[in-house]
Design a protein around this ligand. Structure first.
Ligand code: SF4
Length: 457
């Protein structure tokens, strides 16, 4: 599921803003939503650049404005509608795409004059709409697009989307309605993209999907040719291949299925980062049942303990929902106890939002009043903060590998336990200026609840 929201408005990529020529039509782009939506934006921008369109920061004077929307929560929908409204106030040709495009009536009732509304991942329709707004430049003779495509993340890390859609039916989530069932990409296609990214200087690959551990199920683990060898569309095979590329590989949105144990072995061997992002969502059996999620958190605790024996460095990040319909004080107490027992390294939480169309709204379970949701959210985050502070304190005195996100003598980076945007940072003092993307050893001297401080060794 989506766990963060980012907005790129206007496009921040230098590549995307490179001027091509005075006559090229200019397109403005707004991207909202999670890393998966960001990857979609990168694909559309790559196609625009490949066809010779120029990107502009300004709506005014743009031949069209593309708004890639997020429809995961009502708050995200509201943000998307606001972005559409702002774009329409300045420009007559608005092309809406992304998750909200799956239900176009919700948008067209409010904005009847939009130029085009297309569904998520319907890149062909987006490009057709762009062609209708501003004919393709005739003379796109420049090599406008790098081999790895346009990336909206800094050059040293990149999101790698391995599948789209989801076969699960969590009752609070409408992603399968918006994006359909699991559709995995062939392994060779993913590996070719990963290879290009690494060749272009990417030092960290962030593997994303809706359910990473289900990768390849829909393809029945089919084989494809990567160079001179056959590769299988299977979770463990894919990450082993990615690990062999020699860069940091970080796994997001993994379910604790038994076959994930094999991935922990690869982490212990140093082939992929000892990091797992598992959205547990809750710990109470009752709530998990109502959420339609696997319900045995006792077994999961055992599994986590086993993982940590195999790979003591393992960092686990997770997200939870507090105030799910029918959540009692007892359910919430179970959640807090479980959190304490699992000692997760990084934790985020959402207050339950009754997203339109989600099955959880009509389960007949009473909605938790907003003030109780707020209270539980605060208590949950306080508990998570105490655990995090304790775990980070244990790192004082250790030497950690840190990837530098912001270079200089006062640099900012992340350890293997920190994903960009969602986890903590490592603040690094250094005698020589550190370069962005460089991986350095840092002696940790200080910690607070979320971040570490140290000196480059
Ligand atoms: S796993 Fe559940 S929460 Fe995540 S996308 Fe699939 S249905 Fe939604």
């Amino acid at each position: 599921m989506a766990s963060q929201f980012m907005m790129i408005n206007p496009p921040s990529s230098e590549t995307a803003l490179t001027a091509q020529g005075a006559d090229a039509p200019r397109i403005a782009f707004v991207s909202l939503g999670c890393p998966k939506a960001l990857v979609d934006s990168e694909q559309i921008i790559s196609r625009l650049r490949a066809e010779g369109y120029e990107l502009t920061k300004s709506y005014d004077g743009a031949a069209a404005v593309i708004v890639n929307t997020c429809g995961f929560l009502d708050s995200a929908k509201a943000e998307s509608l606001e972005a559409i409204g702002a774009a329409q106030a300045a420009n007559g040709k608005i092309i809406v795409t992304g998750c909200m495009g799956a239900e176009p009536e919700g948008i067209s009732t409010r904005f009847p004059d939009l130029f085009r509304i297309t569904g998520p991942q319907d890149f062909d329709s987006v490009m057709q709409a762009v062609h209708a707004a501003a004919p393709r430049p005739h003379d796109a003779k420049f090599d406008l697009i790098p081999a790895q495509g346009v990336k909206l993340t800094p050059r040293h890390y990149a999101y790698l989307k391995i599948s789209e859609g989801c076969n699960n039916r969590c009752s609070f989530c409408i992603i399968p309605k918006l994006r359909g069932d699991l559709a995995s990409r062939p392994a060779a296609e993913i590996l070719r993209e990963a290879e290009k990214l690494v060749a272009a200087g990417v030092r960290e690959l962030l593997v994303i999907s809706q359910d990473t551990s289900a990768y390849g199920l829909d393809l029945r683990y089919s084989e494809s040719m990567f160079g001179d060898r056959v590769v299988k569309a299977k979770f463990i095979d894919l990450i082993r291949e990615l690990g062999a590329l020699g860069v940091w590989v970080r796994l997001h949105y993994v379910y604790p299925y038994p076959h994930v144990d094999e991935a922990i072995e690869l982490m212990a061997q140093g082939l992929v980062l000892p990091y797992l992002d598992i959205p547990f969502q809750h710990a109470s059996k009752e709530v998990l049942r109502a959420m339609k999620r696997p319900g045995d958190q006792e077994k999961t605790l055992e599994r986590i303990r086993k993982w940590r024996t195999i790979c003591p460095e393992l960092a686990i990040r997770s997200t939870f929902i507090v105030g799910f319909p029918g959540e009692t004080d007892e359910d919430f107490a179970i959640l807090l106890d479980w959190l304490e027992a699992a000692k997760l390294d990084r934790v985020g939480a959402f207050k339950y939002e009754p997203v339109e169309g989600a099955a959880a709204n009509s389960l007949g379970r009473a909605f938790v009043p907003a003030e109780i949701q707020d209270l539980r959210y605060r208590r949950f985050m306080e508990r998570a903060q105490t655990i995090s502070a304790k775990k980070l304190k244990e790192k004082i005195g250790r030497r950690l590998q840190v990837i530098i996100d912001v270079g200089g003598r006062e640099a900012v980076g992340r350890s293997k336990a920190d994903a960009p945007e969602i986890d903590g940072k490592v603040f690094v003092a250094s005698r020589r200026p550190l370069r962005t993307g460089e991986i350095v050893t840092v002696k940790i001297e200080r910690a607070n609840a979320y971040d570490l401080y140290g000196t480059a060794a």
